[in-house]
Design a protein around this ligand. Structure first.
Ligand code: NAD
Length: 431
Protein backbone atom coordinates (compact mmCIF):
# COMPACT_ATOMS: atom_id res chain seq x y z
CA UNK A 1 0.00 0.00 0.00
CA UNK A 2 1.02 3.63 -0.37
CA UNK A 3 1.11 5.28 3.05
CA UNK A 4 2.12 8.68 4.31
CA UNK A 5 3.29 9.47 7.83
CA UNK A 6 2.77 13.08 8.85
CA UNK A 7 5.15 14.27 11.58
CA UNK A 8 8.38 12.27 11.69
CA UNK A 9 9.49 12.61 15.31
CA UNK A 10 9.97 9.74 17.77
CA UNK A 11 6.61 8.23 16.86
CA UNK A 12 6.36 9.09 13.16
CA UNK A 13 9.90 8.20 12.06
CA UNK A 14 9.58 4.83 13.75
CA UNK A 15 6.12 4.23 12.30
CA UNK A 16 7.29 5.19 8.79
CA UNK A 17 10.29 2.83 8.88
CA UNK A 18 8.21 0.02 10.40
CA UNK A 19 5.51 0.38 7.72
CA UNK A 20 8.23 0.11 5.04
CA UNK A 21 9.49 -3.01 6.82
CA UNK A 22 5.97 -4.44 6.57
CA UNK A 23 6.22 -4.05 2.79
CA UNK A 24 4.45 -0.74 2.17
CA UNK A 25 5.64 2.23 0.11
CA UNK A 26 5.97 5.06 2.60
CA UNK A 27 6.33 8.83 2.32
CA UNK A 28 7.16 10.68 5.54
CA UNK A 29 6.34 14.38 5.80
CA UNK A 30 7.48 16.93 8.34
CA UNK A 31 7.58 20.73 8.52
CA UNK A 32 11.16 20.59 9.87
CA UNK A 33 13.40 20.59 6.76
CA UNK A 34 16.50 19.55 8.76
CA UNK A 35 14.70 16.48 10.10
CA UNK A 36 13.46 15.60 6.62
CA UNK A 37 16.97 15.98 5.15
CA UNK A 38 18.50 13.78 7.87
CA UNK A 39 15.87 11.06 7.52
CA UNK A 40 16.02 11.17 3.71
CA UNK A 41 19.78 10.57 3.89
CA UNK A 42 19.17 7.52 6.10
CA UNK A 43 20.17 9.18 9.40
CA UNK A 44 17.87 9.09 12.45
CA UNK A 45 18.10 12.51 14.18
CA UNK A 46 17.53 10.97 17.63
CA UNK A 47 18.50 7.82 19.53
CA UNK A 48 16.23 4.81 19.18
CA UNK A 49 17.73 1.31 19.22
CA UNK A 50 17.34 -0.55 15.92
CA UNK A 51 15.83 2.38 14.03
CA UNK A 52 19.06 3.37 12.22
CA UNK A 53 19.27 -0.03 10.54
CA UNK A 54 15.61 -0.03 9.52
CA UNK A 55 15.76 3.51 8.14
CA UNK A 56 18.99 2.89 6.22
CA UNK A 57 17.60 -0.34 4.76
CA UNK A 58 14.40 1.22 3.46
CA UNK A 59 15.72 4.61 2.31
CA UNK A 60 18.29 2.63 0.29
CA UNK A 61 15.62 0.34 -1.19
CA UNK A 62 13.52 3.37 -2.18
CA UNK A 63 10.51 2.09 -0.26
CA UNK A 64 10.81 4.93 2.26
CA UNK A 65 11.10 8.60 1.25
CA UNK A 66 10.65 11.92 3.03
CA UNK A 67 9.31 15.31 1.95
CA UNK A 68 8.10 18.66 3.28
CA UNK A 69 5.37 18.91 0.62
CA UNK A 70 1.75 18.26 1.63
CA UNK A 71 0.67 18.32 -2.02
CA UNK A 72 3.09 15.49 -2.78
CA UNK A 73 1.98 13.54 0.30
CA UNK A 74 -1.74 13.94 -0.41
CA UNK A 75 -1.46 12.67 -3.96
CA UNK A 76 0.86 9.81 -2.93
CA UNK A 77 -1.01 8.13 -0.09
CA UNK A 78 -4.10 5.95 0.20
CA UNK A 79 -3.79 6.08 3.97
CA UNK A 80 -2.33 9.06 5.86
CA UNK A 81 -1.09 8.58 9.43
CA UNK A 82 -1.04 11.74 11.58
CA UNK A 83 1.84 11.52 14.08
CA UNK A 84 2.50 15.18 14.98
CA UNK A 85 3.11 16.35 18.55
CA UNK A 86 0.40 17.19 21.10
CA UNK A 87 2.41 18.90 23.88
CA UNK A 88 0.95 20.54 26.95
CA UNK A 89 -0.46 23.97 26.06
CA UNK A 90 1.59 26.84 27.45
CA UNK A 91 -1.14 29.50 27.30
CA UNK A 92 -3.33 27.96 30.04
CA UNK A 93 -2.86 26.49 33.53
CA UNK A 94 -5.46 23.79 32.87
CA UNK A 95 -2.93 21.20 31.64
CA UNK A 96 -4.85 20.89 28.36
CA UNK A 97 -3.15 19.63 25.20
CA UNK A 98 -2.00 22.02 22.49
CA UNK A 99 -3.81 20.75 19.42
CA UNK A 100 -2.50 23.38 17.02
CA UNK A 101 -0.07 20.94 15.34
CA UNK A 102 -2.76 18.31 14.79
CA UNK A 103 -5.18 20.92 13.48
CA UNK A 104 -2.56 22.38 11.13
CA UNK A 105 -1.53 18.96 9.81
CA UNK A 106 -5.12 17.87 9.11
CA UNK A 107 -6.01 21.21 7.48
CA UNK A 108 -2.89 21.16 5.28
CA UNK A 109 -3.65 17.62 4.19
CA UNK A 110 -7.39 18.24 3.70
CA UNK A 111 -6.64 20.97 1.18
CA UNK A 112 -5.15 18.36 -1.21
CA UNK A 113 -7.02 15.13 -0.41
CA UNK A 114 -8.85 13.14 -3.06
CA UNK A 115 -11.95 10.98 -2.40
CA UNK A 116 -11.44 7.43 -1.12
CA UNK A 117 -8.47 8.23 1.10
CA UNK A 118 -8.32 7.52 4.83
CA UNK A 119 -6.73 9.82 7.43
CA UNK A 120 -5.64 7.93 10.56
CA UNK A 121 -4.76 9.76 13.76
CA UNK A 122 -1.99 8.22 15.87
CA UNK A 123 -1.12 11.24 18.03
CA UNK A 124 -2.43 11.13 21.60
CA UNK A 125 -5.40 13.51 21.73
CA UNK A 126 -8.21 14.48 24.11
CA UNK A 127 -11.41 12.54 23.52
CA UNK A 128 -13.62 14.31 20.98
CA UNK A 129 -10.73 15.51 18.82
CA UNK A 130 -11.27 12.88 16.13
CA UNK A 131 -14.96 13.72 15.79
CA UNK A 132 -14.09 17.41 15.44
CA UNK A 133 -11.31 16.76 12.91
CA UNK A 134 -13.54 14.50 10.82
CA UNK A 135 -15.66 17.57 10.09
CA UNK A 136 -12.64 19.33 8.58
CA UNK A 137 -12.02 16.66 5.92
CA UNK A 138 -13.46 16.89 2.38
CA UNK A 139 -16.46 14.77 1.39
CA UNK A 140 -15.56 11.27 0.28
CA UNK A 141 -12.59 10.99 2.66
CA UNK A 142 -12.71 9.52 6.15
CA UNK A 143 -11.01 9.72 9.54
CA UNK A 144 -10.03 6.85 11.86
CA UNK A 145 -8.07 6.79 15.12
CA UNK A 146 -5.35 4.22 15.76
CA UNK A 147 -3.55 5.22 18.98
CA UNK A 148 0.07 4.26 19.46
CA UNK A 149 1.44 2.49 22.55
CA UNK A 150 5.15 2.23 21.64
CA UNK A 151 7.74 2.77 24.36
CA UNK A 152 10.82 4.84 23.52
CA UNK A 153 13.82 2.53 23.76
CA UNK A 154 11.68 -0.33 22.39
CA UNK A 155 9.89 1.63 19.67
CA UNK A 156 10.85 -0.57 16.71
CA UNK A 157 9.83 -3.86 18.30
CA UNK A 158 6.71 -2.30 19.81
CA UNK A 159 5.64 -1.09 16.35
CA UNK A 160 6.40 -4.31 14.50
CA UNK A 161 5.12 -6.57 17.30
CA UNK A 162 2.61 -4.52 19.31
CA UNK A 163 0.72 -6.18 22.16
CA UNK A 164 -2.55 -4.95 20.62
CA UNK A 165 -3.89 -2.84 17.77
CA UNK A 166 -6.73 -0.45 18.55
CA UNK A 167 -8.76 0.84 15.60
CA UNK A 168 -11.36 3.52 16.13
CA UNK A 169 -13.43 3.57 12.94
CA UNK A 170 -16.70 4.99 11.66
CA UNK A 171 -17.18 2.54 8.76
CA UNK A 172 -16.44 -1.00 7.61
CA UNK A 173 -14.38 0.45 4.76
CA UNK A 174 -12.04 2.22 7.19
CA UNK A 175 -11.65 -0.97 9.23
CA UNK A 176 -10.86 -2.96 6.07
CA UNK A 177 -8.17 -0.47 5.01
CA UNK A 178 -6.54 -0.50 8.46
CA UNK A 179 -6.64 -4.30 8.60
CA UNK A 180 -4.89 -4.31 5.20
CA UNK A 181 -2.17 -1.93 6.46
CA UNK A 182 -1.48 -4.15 9.48
CA UNK A 183 -2.14 -7.52 7.77
CA UNK A 184 1.36 -8.85 8.49
CA UNK A 185 1.13 -7.83 12.17
CA UNK A 186 -2.37 -9.27 12.58
CA UNK A 187 -1.24 -12.53 10.94
CA UNK A 188 1.14 -13.12 13.88
CA UNK A 189 -1.82 -13.24 16.28
CA UNK A 190 -1.77 -9.63 17.57
CA UNK A 191 -5.15 -8.87 19.20
CA UNK A 192 -7.20 -6.27 17.34
CA UNK A 193 -9.75 -4.12 19.15
CA UNK A 194 -12.25 -2.46 16.83
CA UNK A 195 -14.16 0.42 18.34
CA UNK A 196 -15.59 3.89 17.77
CA UNK A 197 -13.57 7.09 17.59
CA UNK A 198 -14.02 8.33 21.20
CA UNK A 199 -13.23 4.94 22.74
CA UNK A 200 -10.04 4.65 20.66
CA UNK A 201 -8.90 8.08 21.87
CA UNK A 202 -9.76 7.16 25.46
CA UNK A 203 -7.92 3.80 25.37
CA UNK A 204 -4.62 5.62 24.96
CA UNK A 205 -5.13 8.21 27.68
CA UNK A 206 -6.59 5.59 30.03
CA UNK A 207 -3.57 3.32 29.51
CA UNK A 208 -1.16 6.15 30.31
CA UNK A 209 -3.25 7.24 33.30
CA UNK A 210 -3.10 3.68 34.66
CA UNK A 211 0.67 3.41 34.19
CA UNK A 212 1.28 6.80 35.82
CA UNK A 213 -0.98 5.80 38.71
CA UNK A 214 0.95 2.57 39.25
CA UNK A 215 4.25 4.46 39.42
CA UNK A 216 2.83 7.08 41.78
CA UNK A 217 1.25 4.35 43.92
CA UNK A 218 4.62 2.77 44.67
CA UNK A 219 6.16 6.21 45.15
CA UNK A 220 3.42 7.02 47.66
CA UNK A 221 4.36 3.78 49.46
CA UNK A 222 7.97 5.02 49.39
CA UNK A 223 6.89 8.17 51.21
CA UNK A 224 5.16 6.10 53.88
CA UNK A 225 8.22 3.83 54.15
CA UNK A 226 10.41 6.90 54.65
CA UNK A 227 8.13 8.06 57.46
CA UNK A 228 7.95 4.66 59.12
CA UNK A 229 11.31 2.99 58.55
CA UNK A 230 9.94 0.48 56.02
CA UNK A 231 11.65 -0.70 52.84
CA UNK A 232 9.71 0.02 49.63
CA UNK A 233 11.89 -2.27 47.51
CA UNK A 234 10.93 -5.28 49.66
CA UNK A 235 7.33 -4.08 49.82
CA UNK A 236 7.18 -3.85 46.00
CA UNK A 237 8.68 -7.31 45.60
CA UNK A 238 6.20 -8.78 48.05
CA UNK A 239 3.05 -7.19 46.59
CA UNK A 240 4.31 -7.83 43.05
CA UNK A 241 4.13 -11.61 43.62
CA UNK A 242 0.35 -11.22 43.60
CA UNK A 243 -0.34 -11.53 39.90
CA UNK A 244 -3.41 -9.32 40.19
CA UNK A 245 -0.92 -6.55 41.05
CA UNK A 246 2.18 -7.66 39.10
CA UNK A 247 5.73 -6.47 39.66
CA UNK A 248 6.22 -4.25 36.58
CA UNK A 249 6.19 -0.46 37.02
CA UNK A 250 6.58 -0.94 40.78
CA UNK A 251 10.12 0.43 41.12
CA UNK A 252 10.07 3.38 43.51
CA UNK A 253 12.25 6.29 42.43
CA UNK A 254 12.35 9.86 41.20
CA UNK A 255 9.22 9.23 39.13
CA UNK A 256 8.03 9.49 35.56
CA UNK A 257 8.80 12.16 32.99
CA UNK A 258 9.16 12.32 29.22
CA UNK A 259 7.03 13.61 26.38
CA UNK A 260 3.98 11.45 27.21
CA UNK A 261 2.90 10.48 30.75
CA UNK A 262 3.05 13.90 32.48
CA UNK A 263 1.31 15.85 29.71
CA UNK A 264 -1.12 13.03 28.95
CA UNK A 265 -2.49 12.75 32.51
CA UNK A 266 -2.83 16.55 32.72
CA UNK A 267 -4.62 16.75 29.36
CA UNK A 268 -6.87 13.83 30.30
CA UNK A 269 -7.87 15.57 33.52
CA UNK A 270 -8.43 18.91 31.76
CA UNK A 271 -10.62 17.23 29.14
CA UNK A 272 -12.67 15.40 31.78
CA UNK A 273 -13.28 18.75 33.47
CA UNK A 274 -14.51 20.26 30.19
CA UNK A 275 -16.87 17.30 29.82
CA UNK A 276 -18.27 17.72 33.34
CA UNK A 277 -16.55 14.51 34.51
CA UNK A 278 -13.76 16.24 36.41
CA UNK A 279 -14.48 14.41 39.68
CA UNK A 280 -13.75 11.06 37.98
CA UNK A 281 -10.17 12.04 37.22
CA UNK A 282 -9.41 14.30 40.19
CA UNK A 283 -7.10 11.55 41.49
CA UNK A 284 -4.76 12.20 38.54
CA UNK A 285 -3.92 15.53 40.15
CA UNK A 286 -2.69 13.56 43.17
CA UNK A 287 -0.79 11.14 40.89
CA UNK A 288 0.97 14.17 39.36
CA UNK A 289 1.68 15.72 42.78
CA UNK A 290 3.17 12.50 44.23
CA UNK A 291 5.36 12.24 41.14
CA UNK A 292 6.69 15.79 41.45
CA UNK A 293 7.27 15.42 45.23
CA UNK A 294 9.81 12.67 44.51
CA UNK A 295 12.02 15.19 42.71
CA UNK A 296 11.80 17.43 45.79
CA UNK A 297 12.72 14.43 47.98
CA UNK A 298 15.97 13.97 46.02
CA UNK A 299 16.76 17.67 46.53
CA UNK A 300 16.05 17.36 50.27
CA UNK A 301 18.31 14.30 50.55
CA UNK A 302 21.05 16.14 48.63
CA UNK A 303 20.86 19.06 51.06
CA UNK A 304 20.95 16.68 54.02
CA UNK A 305 24.00 14.80 52.70
CA UNK A 306 25.77 18.10 52.03
CA UNK A 307 25.29 19.28 55.63
CA UNK A 308 22.27 21.55 55.14
CA UNK A 309 23.05 23.30 51.86
CA UNK A 310 24.29 22.30 48.41
CA UNK A 311 25.66 25.81 47.70
CA UNK A 312 29.23 25.59 46.47
CA UNK A 313 29.18 21.76 46.51
CA UNK A 314 30.16 19.71 43.48
CA UNK A 315 27.33 17.40 42.46
CA UNK A 316 27.71 14.71 39.80
CA UNK A 317 24.46 13.76 38.06
CA UNK A 318 24.32 10.35 36.38
CA UNK A 319 21.72 10.66 33.62
CA UNK A 320 19.90 13.31 31.61
CA UNK A 321 17.39 11.37 29.46
CA UNK A 322 13.97 10.77 30.99
CA UNK A 323 14.59 7.03 30.70
CA UNK A 324 17.40 4.73 29.55
CA UNK A 325 17.86 3.84 25.86
CA UNK A 326 16.53 7.21 24.78
CA UNK A 327 18.00 10.67 24.19
CA UNK A 328 14.63 12.26 24.93
CA UNK A 329 14.92 14.90 27.65
CA UNK A 330 11.34 16.22 27.55
CA UNK A 331 10.25 16.74 31.17
CA UNK A 332 13.20 14.66 32.34
CA UNK A 333 13.29 14.23 36.15
CA UNK A 334 17.11 13.97 35.93
CA UNK A 335 17.56 17.38 34.29
CA UNK A 336 14.85 18.98 36.41
CA UNK A 337 16.69 17.89 39.58
CA UNK A 338 20.07 18.91 38.08
CA UNK A 339 18.74 22.37 37.17
CA UNK A 340 17.21 22.87 40.60
CA UNK A 341 20.48 21.89 42.31
CA UNK A 342 22.22 24.40 40.05
CA UNK A 343 19.70 27.09 41.06
CA UNK A 344 20.64 26.35 44.68
CA UNK A 345 24.24 27.22 43.72
CA UNK A 346 25.58 23.70 43.53
CA UNK A 347 28.25 23.09 40.88
CA UNK A 348 26.44 20.49 38.81
CA UNK A 349 28.09 18.23 36.23
CA UNK A 350 26.00 15.84 34.14
CA UNK A 351 26.79 12.73 32.14
CA UNK A 352 24.41 10.72 29.96
CA UNK A 353 25.39 8.07 27.38
CA UNK A 354 23.07 9.43 24.65
CA UNK A 355 21.29 12.63 25.68
CA UNK A 356 24.27 15.01 26.03
CA UNK A 357 23.54 17.07 22.90
CA UNK A 358 19.89 17.59 23.80
CA UNK A 359 20.78 18.35 27.43
CA UNK A 360 23.45 20.90 26.46
CA UNK A 361 21.00 22.72 24.20
CA UNK A 362 18.24 22.85 26.80
CA UNK A 363 20.44 23.46 29.87
CA UNK A 364 23.55 25.33 28.69
CA UNK A 365 24.33 26.52 32.24
CA UNK A 366 25.08 23.03 33.54
CA UNK A 367 28.49 21.45 33.14
CA UNK A 368 28.94 18.21 31.24
CA UNK A 369 31.52 15.43 31.47
CA UNK A 370 32.56 12.88 28.88
CA UNK A 371 32.18 9.65 30.88
CA UNK A 372 30.43 8.21 33.92
CA UNK A 373 33.80 8.22 35.70
CA UNK A 374 34.87 11.75 34.71
CA UNK A 375 31.55 13.20 35.89
CA UNK A 376 32.36 12.14 39.46
CA UNK A 377 35.83 13.75 39.49
CA UNK A 378 36.08 15.70 42.75
CA UNK A 379 32.33 15.44 43.44
CA UNK A 380 30.99 15.90 46.97
CA UNK A 381 27.85 14.01 46.01
CA UNK A 382 26.79 11.65 43.20
CA UNK A 383 23.11 11.46 42.20
CA UNK A 384 21.85 8.59 40.02
CA UNK A 385 18.78 9.78 38.10
CA UNK A 386 18.45 7.80 34.83
CA UNK A 387 18.70 4.05 34.94
CA UNK A 388 21.20 3.35 32.17
CA UNK A 389 22.64 -0.19 32.49
CA UNK A 390 26.20 1.21 32.43
CA UNK A 391 25.56 3.11 35.68
CA UNK A 392 24.70 -0.20 37.34
CA UNK A 393 28.12 -1.50 36.31
CA UNK A 394 30.08 1.38 37.87
CA UNK A 395 32.68 0.11 40.33
CA UNK A 396 32.15 2.31 43.42
CA UNK A 397 35.74 1.72 44.54
CA UNK A 398 37.04 3.31 41.29
CA UNK A 399 34.89 6.45 41.19
CA UNK A 400 37.11 9.53 41.68
CA UNK A 401 34.65 11.39 43.93
CA UNK A 402 35.90 13.59 46.76
CA UNK A 403 33.02 12.79 49.12
CA UNK A 404 31.77 9.22 49.05
CA UNK A 405 28.06 9.99 49.09
CA UNK A 406 25.45 8.80 46.61
CA UNK A 407 21.70 9.14 46.19
CA UNK A 408 20.15 6.38 44.10
CA UNK A 409 17.12 8.14 42.64
CA UNK A 410 16.14 5.08 40.59
CA UNK A 411 16.43 2.25 43.09
CA UNK A 412 18.56 0.26 40.64
CA UNK A 413 21.95 0.29 42.39
CA UNK A 414 23.06 -2.33 44.89
CA UNK A 415 23.31 -0.61 48.31
CA UNK A 416 25.49 -3.37 49.82
CA UNK A 417 28.09 -2.97 47.06
CA UNK A 418 28.33 0.80 47.48
CA UNK A 419 28.38 0.67 51.28
CA UNK A 420 31.07 -2.03 51.21
CA UNK A 421 33.21 0.40 49.16
CA UNK A 422 32.84 3.02 51.89
CA UNK A 423 30.00 5.09 50.43
CA UNK A 424 27.12 6.71 52.29
CA UNK A 425 24.24 5.35 50.23
CA UNK A 426 20.74 6.84 50.27
CA UNK A 427 17.78 5.80 48.17
CA UNK A 428 14.09 6.68 48.00
CA UNK A 429 11.80 4.76 50.36
CA UNK A 430 14.33 2.41 51.81
CA UNK A 431 17.19 2.39 54.25
P1 NAD B 1 7.96 14.68 18.35
O1 NAD B 1 7.98 16.07 18.83
O2 NAD B 1 9.20 13.84 18.43
O3 NAD B 1 7.49 14.65 16.81
C1 NAD B 1 6.48 15.46 16.30
C2 NAD B 1 6.89 15.83 14.87
O4 NAD B 1 5.80 16.48 14.22
C3 NAD B 1 8.07 16.79 14.80
O5 NAD B 1 9.08 16.25 13.96
C4 NAD B 1 7.46 18.09 14.19
O6 NAD B 1 8.37 18.80 13.39
C5 NAD B 1 6.33 17.50 13.37
N1 NAD B 1 5.27 18.44 13.04
C6 NAD B 1 4.69 19.41 13.81
N2 NAD B 1 3.72 20.03 13.14
C7 NAD B 1 3.66 19.45 11.92
C8 NAD B 1 2.84 19.66 10.79
N3 NAD B 1 1.87 20.58 10.76
N4 NAD B 1 3.07 18.87 9.69
C9 NAD B 1 4.03 17.92 9.68
N5 NAD B 1 4.83 17.69 10.74
C10 NAD B 1 4.65 18.45 11.85
O7 NAD B 1 6.76 13.96 19.14
P2 NAD B 1 6.52 12.39 19.36
O8 NAD B 1 7.17 11.95 20.61
O9 NAD B 1 6.81 11.68 18.09
O10 NAD B 1 4.96 12.38 19.64
C11 NAD B 1 4.00 12.59 18.61
C12 NAD B 1 2.64 12.15 19.12
O11 NAD B 1 2.66 10.77 19.42
C13 NAD B 1 2.21 12.84 20.41
O12 NAD B 1 0.82 13.01 20.40
C14 NAD B 1 2.59 11.82 21.48
O13 NAD B 1 1.82 11.98 22.66
C15 NAD B 1 2.26 10.54 20.76
N6 NAD B 1 2.99 9.35 21.22
C16 NAD B 1 4.34 9.43 21.45
C17 NAD B 1 5.01 8.30 21.89
C18 NAD B 1 6.48 8.37 22.22
O14 NAD B 1 6.97 7.45 22.89
N7 NAD B 1 7.21 9.39 21.79
C19 NAD B 1 4.31 7.11 22.11
C20 NAD B 1 2.95 7.06 21.83
C21 NAD B 1 2.29 8.20 21.39
Amino acid sequence: MRLTVIGTGYLGATHAAAMAELGHDVLGIDIDPDKVAALASGRVPFHEPGLDELLAKHTASGRLRFTTSYAEAATFGQVHFVCVGTPQATDTDSGAADLSYVNAAVDALAAHLSPGTLVVGKSTVPVGTAHRLAGRLPTGTELAWNPEFLREGFAVQDTLRPDRLVMGVASAAAEALLREVYAAVIATGTPVVITDLPTAELVKTAANAFLATKISFINAMAEVCEASGGNVATLAEAIGHDNRIGSRFLRAGVGFGGGCLPKDIRAFRARAQELGAGRALAFLGEVDAINLRRRQRVLDLARELCGGSVAGRRVAVLGAAFKPDSDDIRDSPALDVAARLHRQDAQVTVFDPKAMDNARKAYPDLEYAATSTAVAEGADLVVHLTEWPEFGRIDPAMLPAAGRKIIDGRGGLDPARWRAAGWTFRALGRP
